[in-house]
Write a protein that binds this ligand. Structure first.
Ligand code: BDR
Ligand code: CA
Length: 304
């Protein structure tokens, strides 16, 4: 089984990604960060999801409660006030493990040297802090899979920026320029990877399936307002899927940088397809996904 560490801002699709990872991989820990919702909600939601699936053995460690330089910006219209659309309201969250997420990332990377894949499905604040503190992460981490960015399609929070990149672009710049072996799973592929009522119907009969149904109502309504399609994009679950099985996507090796100094374009991921910059490629960027096969795998996993 692959060893994964997840960094999340739970978030409806983070929650589904957590369930997928917990069922299909050896998850050594989950770190939380400000993003879709506050750090407190993101942490409580993560603990509740683990409680739901009987995996309270996975340690959850809190991280940054704000971006490096900017103010938080919550996506209430998609994820609800509490981050998971009001689902699991009655469930007891319990307590997170002690410690600070960037330190925990460093500790786990050293402990599982060259075995650990980091799956980052949130603003990259924790990872940037970890990289700044411990440059040897480059030698210790096997792979980093990031849900973020958009290289050939528009943004989902501004005309040009994807949410995770937009919230903390300075952190994203540090991470993308770190020299770590990174795969970027952006909107180019995640917006093709949709869960509809049909698949949610097929998941019913398990607590996981009910959670997906309860949590995605508002998300689907909002997605329909924006795109005209009654569905929800499986951004973060696809990133987990790519960490588990690379064959879900086709990637290209590209130089990608993040804009941090433009009112119009902050958070935009700019990919150099024609080598205008002359810079060496720094990322594997997902350009196509076998979305149908991935969604099928997700549905089957939810029933496991
Ligand atoms: C990303 O932003 C968040 O709203 C989702 O959880 C996902 O990580 C998609 O742009
Ligand atoms: Ca997320």
């Amino acid at each position: 089984m692959k060893k994964l560490l997840l960094d999340v801002d739970t978030g409806i699709d983070d929650a589904i990604g957590i369930i997928l990872a917990a069922k299909r991989a050896d998850v050594v820990g989950i770190t939380t960060v400000n993003g879709n919702t506050s750090l407190d909600y993101a942490t409580a939601n993560t603990l509740k999801v683990l409680n739901l699936i009987g995996r309270t053995d996975i340690p959850v460690v809190r991280g940054a409660d704000r971006p490096l330089l900017r103010e938080p910006h919550f996506e209430v219209s998609v994820h609800g006030n509490d981050g998971i659309g009001g689902a699991l309201k009655e469930m007891d969250a319990g307590e997170p493990a002690s410690g600070f997420a960037p330190d925990f990332i460093i500790e786990m990377a050293q402990k599982h040297e060259r075995e650990l894949t980091l799956v980052l499905t949130a603003p990259l604040t924790n990872m940037a802090l970890a990289i700044r503190k411990e440059p040897r992460l480059r030698d210790w981490v096997k792979e980093v899979v990031i849900m973020g960015g958009a290289v050939r399609v528009p943004g989902n929070i501004t005309p040009t920026a994807e949410y995770n990149m937009y919230i903390d672009p300075e952190a994203a710049k540090i991470v993308l320029q770190s020299g770590l072996p990174i795969t970027l799973v952006g909107l180019d592929v995640t917006e093709q990877t949709l869960l509809t009522d049909v698949e949610i119907g097929r998941m019913q009969g398990s607590p996981e399936g009910e959670f997906v149904k309860d949590s995605t109502g508002q998300y689907m309504k909002r997605y329909k307002e924006i795109t005209g399609i009654h569905a929800c994009a499986m951004h973060d679950p696809l990133a987990v899927g790519v960490a588990l099985d690379r064959s879900f996507v086709r990637t290209g090796r590209l130089h990608v940088d993040v804009e941090t100094n433009s009112d119009l374009c902050d958070g935009q991921t700019v990919a150099d397809f024609s080598n205008w910059t002359g810079k060496q490629p720094n990322l594997d960027v997902c350009l196509e996904a076998d979305s149908g096969r991935f969604i099928e795998y997700l549905v089957e996993t939810m029933k496991m």
